[in-house]
Design a binder for this molecule. Structure first.
Ligand code: BDR
Ligand code: CA
Length: 305
């Protein structure tokens, strides 16, 4: 099993991604970064998820804010605490002492050439890790990034939330020389959706994993339906982990030079050099199309256990 690390802004779908990563891979650590909701709540949510699922995985707190600029948390999407309708978030444990970026470096050294990272959040922790350890791209096998939008942003007209929150970090990580696969927002809008009948099927599974899935994602699902006009709940982070486990879920991929805008109204927008106009070497593989049914099948099989 592949040793992995998940870097998360723990709220709703991030907890499902943790569920999948712990079930399908050899999950070595959860690192937390500023993003979806108040940092203290993200930490609590990560500990809650770990304890609820009885995971034996250390949690490391990372950056409490993006490198530059001001971002906003999105409690309206994920619920007041970020865990949908789970309001009593009581936890016993705590996080490790080591800073998340240092933990990323330590694990990358320990599992040199083997470690895969699920970057399903703003890229601050990874950018800081790279700035401290410039050889990191040669130590980490692969980074699976959920982030970026081709043009239909979910946070600004051009920008997806993770890239919008910390575009400078996204720029640093994309240009660092990592082996990267990106799962962009539009692909998840189309293929990371759980329709109503599937939602009901998951509800009726009656497992701890399925209960956590339903409760944590209920508010996000309402938001996706009412504000984004989608036909169900959308699970970008979970799709990203699933593609790493079963590459055939990514039906169409291609390599491009990719960068991120940092100015004005296009701040956080993803720039894809479709026709190699810059002449720059491709630095990322982009998932252009994914198999929704295969993804949901895998999700249900994991949640049923
Ligand atoms: C991204 O933002 C978060 O709300 C989700 O977990 C996902 O990582 C989607 O834009
Ligand atoms: Ca996330």
């Amino acid at each position: 099993e592949t040793p992995t690390l998940i870097d998360s802004d723990t709220a709703s779908d991030d907890t499902t991604a943790i569920t999948l990563a712990s079930a399908l891979t050899n999950l070595k650590a959860i690192t937390v970064v500023a993003g979806n909701v108040k940092f203290e709540n993200e930490i609590k949510n990560a500990i809650f998820t770990k304890e609820y699922l009885s995971l034996n995985v250390p949690i490391y707190a990372g950056s409490r804010r993006p490198l530059l600029g001001i971002w906003r948390t999105v409690e309206e999407v994920h619920g007041t605490h970020g865990m949908g309708n789970i309001n009593q978030i009581e936890v016993k444990g705590s996080v490790e002492n080591e800073f998340a970026s240092d933990a990323i470096i330590s694990l990358a050294r320990k599992y040199q050439g083997e470690l895969e990272v699920f970057a399903v959040s703003p890229l601050t922790n990874l950018a800081l890790a790279f700035l401290k350890e410039p050889t990191l791209p040669s130590l980490i096998k692969k980074i699976w990034i959920m982030g970026g939008a081709f043009s239909r942003g979910n946070t600004s007209p051009l920008a997806e939330f993770n890239f919008w929150t910390d575009p400078e970090s996204a720029q640093i990580v994309l240009n660092a020389g990592f082996d990267i696969t990106i799962v962009p927002w539009e692909v998840t809008e189309e293929s990371a959706i759980v329709y109503d009948d599937e939602w009901e099927e998951i509800k009726s599974l009656g497992t701890r994993r399925s209960y956590l899935f339903i409760k944590a994602n209920e508010i996000m699902r309402e938001f996706s339906k009412s504000k984004e006009g989608l036909d169900g709940s959308v699970h970008p982070d979970s799709l990203t982990v699933s593609i790493s486990y079963d590459n055939s879920i990514a039906v169409k991929t291609s390599k491009f030079y990719v960068n991120v805008e940092t100015c004005g109204m296009s701040r956080g927008g993803m720039l894809v050099d479709w026709y190699n106009m810059t002449g720059n070497k491709p630095n990322a593989e982009i998932v252009l199309k994914a198999d929704r049914e295969k993804f949901v099948k895998l999700l249900i099989s994991v949640l049923s256990a």
